[in-house]
Design a protein around this ligand. Structure first.
Ligand SMILES: [Zn+2]
Length: 317
């Protein structure tokens, strides 16, 4: 739909606004609930975050830490979804897109219990159309072209043609189909941040890895881009996540991978905030595949990722 009528536009805007409002409303901590919620299962006082012992925060207590986290906003992205199933588990029962919303949901619960506002690009159930994203951009006076030009304009060593091509790649990535692709997710993340009470401090995309050649490969991988205005804080975020994961899973192999613009994932290049992509394990490795489907492991993983994010948020970003 290239030229939506005024009514459709207003309706679309209302739908997106309602969606955003719902996301904000649902981000209240649920500590008063009688039953055990997922957030209670993986919540622990921020003072017990193993990373904060080394922080510059003096004499932290639960109240001041939760106060410090309140008002911070983050964007989480469950990798894949919808027509894009991601990698398959060898037993044929699961795809990447089935697992990543579960992991993200648990990270979200842990963060929200500590007062962090969490926005999600999608929930595995539905995603915004490009027309809805454009309508939201218009309502927020968000200038995508201006942002892209600023983003690529910093590379003075590149030719204007190369810069224009980079912008064009992004613009051509927008398509109305059953995919919510990497460009649309990045655009969505920027709009969620632009519409939030306070701009998002970070973007984390969670995935599951696979290797057809070797079932021996296992562990975590943390990807980022070295060629964005957020290269430095993205490196700090990657370090914080690596420390959180190392504290919870000392036996698990992990790798931090920094790629330049040409190699990096789009979700590490285009978000208007520090960005890290986490590969949470290999579906093709029997132990990882078992862990990724085990709720206790999922809870520990989510807590470790939340610990890393909270450490990043509290240590000056
Ligand atoms: Zn993936």
């Amino acid at each position: 739909m290239k030229h939506p009528g005024k009514f459709a536009l207003v309706l679309g805007l209302l739908c997106v606004a309602a969606l955003l409002l719902a996301q904000c409303r649902f981000s209240q901590p649920s500590s008063e609930d009688e039953s055990m919620t997922p957030s209670e299962l993986i919540w622990r006082p921020p003072t017990e975050n193993p990373l904060l012992g080394e922080s510059s925060l003096s004499d932290p207590d639960v109240l001041t830490l939760r106060e410090a986290l309140r008002g911070k906003t983050v964007v989480l992205d469950p990798g894949h979804g919808f027509g894009d199933v991601g990698c398959a588990f060898p037993d044929g029962t699961l795809c990447e897109k089935d697992v990543t919303p579960v992991l993200v949901g648990k990270v979200r619960s842990a963060l929200e219990a500590d007062g962090v506002t969490v926005l999600q690009t999608h929930d595995g159930q539905q995603f915004p159309t490009v027309a809805e994203l454009n309508a939201l951009a218009q309502s927020l006076s968000y200038d995508l072209d201006g942002y892209l030009k600023r983003l690529v304009g910093q590379y003075s060593h590149r030719t204007p043609e190369r810069q224009a091509e980079t912008v064009r790649t992004f613009q051509e990535g927008m398509a109305e189909d059953d995919l919510f692709n990497i460009y649309e997710r990045s655009y969505c993340a920027n709009l969620l941040s632009a519409g939030a009470e306070s701009p998002a401090s970070l973007f984390v995309s969670i995935h599951v890895n696979a290797n057809a050649d070797s079932s021996a490969l296992s562990g975590f991988e943390l990807y980022r881009c070295t060629d964005t205005p957020y290269a430095e804080p993205s490196a700090s975020l990657s370090d914080a996540l690596a420390q959180g994961l190392a504290a919870a899973f000392p036996q698990t192999v992990q790798r931090q991978i920094a790629w330049d613009w040409e190699e990096a994932f789009a979700v590490n290049k285009y978000p208007d905030m520090p960005s890290v992509l986490i590969e949470s394990g290999y579906a093709t490795n029997p132990t990882d595949a078992q862990n990724l489907q085990n709720e206790a492991w999922q809870n520990a993983f989510a807590r470790a990722v939340a610990d890393g994010i909270e450490y990043f948020l509290l240590s000056g970003e």
